[in-house]
Design a protein around this ligand. Sequence first.
Ligand SMILES: [Zn+2]
Ligand SMILES: [Zn+2]
Length: 365
Amino acid sequence: MPPRTSRAIVQTAPRRLELRELPVPDIDDDSGLVRIEACGICGSDAEQYAGVLPVRLPVVPGHEPLGIVERIGDRAAKRWRVDVGDRVAVEAPIPCGRCAACRGGRYQVCRARGFLFGHGYVPLSEPPGLWGGYADYMYLDACSIVHRVRKEIPAAIAVMFNPLGAGFRWAVDIPRTGPGDTVLVLGPGQRGLASVIAARAAGADTIIVTGLGRDAPKLALAKEFGADHVIDVEAEDARQRVRELTGGHGADVVVEVTANAPEPIAEALHYAATGARIVLAGVKGFKAVPEFVSDLVVVKELTLVGAFAVTSRGYEAAIRLIESGRVPLERMHTHDFPLEDAERAIQTLAGEVPGETSVHSCLRP
Ligand SMILES: [Zn+2]
Ligand SMILES: [Zn+2]
């Protein structure tokens, strides 16, 4: 039996986290409770922490949870095909399942219960409060979406379903990447590396990754995961390098996953081949893009697509890849933090802790 209360990190204001004890909720026929084994730390967690995301406070953050089903309602067990003791990866969105977006297969943009209604984003004021993964226990709503993951995989690796799922959706599914495509990934963070892994798995031809000088270790990792070329945009003329590496054509697919900086979006238009697909997935704190030359979109007939979150197809591909053991994912995992160190975990990921470079990191309650 789970205890009556659960430790949880609560964000009360921008840059303010508190460790609290919250009541563990009862569940009904349609809901469940997971004991969190690991919760991934995301680039957007740093933005949520800084207060630039429109999230209502106070809230238990954490939208990349992996855990063991501790309690489950009968109907929920049938619907999710999981039982007590199973390990599950939980998707962030909690869609309504009935609105036009959900019925049209675009549940990740469901707004029926409000913007950003999902694990890690629903405020404490909404019962039962334990909605986020920065806690010992998390509530599963009737509309939560879970995927079973084999238990032999170390939790720190299994929890990579989230960034890897993003790689499959953003670098493969959305731009329809396949054999023969040159894929350019802007930004070598965990999502950039996941994009390399996914594009490689999808049979992309040439993969190029850009980063800054301080990203050298991450660019080296990108090569280990299958990138053919890396570009340090501070030391090299990136437009010229992309032209050289693509025989003058440019990239067929550009995946923009840099954090906070809007400039790479304007640059992406220069790197793109005629007819290229550009996927925008890095959030920029709602800043405008300087030097955006829209004529390049016109004359090259570019397709710019936004990618918000990940969908089940991406997660399923990621979980299969994790379970296959084919890729040395542990090379990407840099930090585990106990729950009470959530603040340091976020600051480490954001690069605010001198001497620490985080690629993939997670909380281990
Ligand atoms: Zn995330
Ligand atoms: Zn909906």
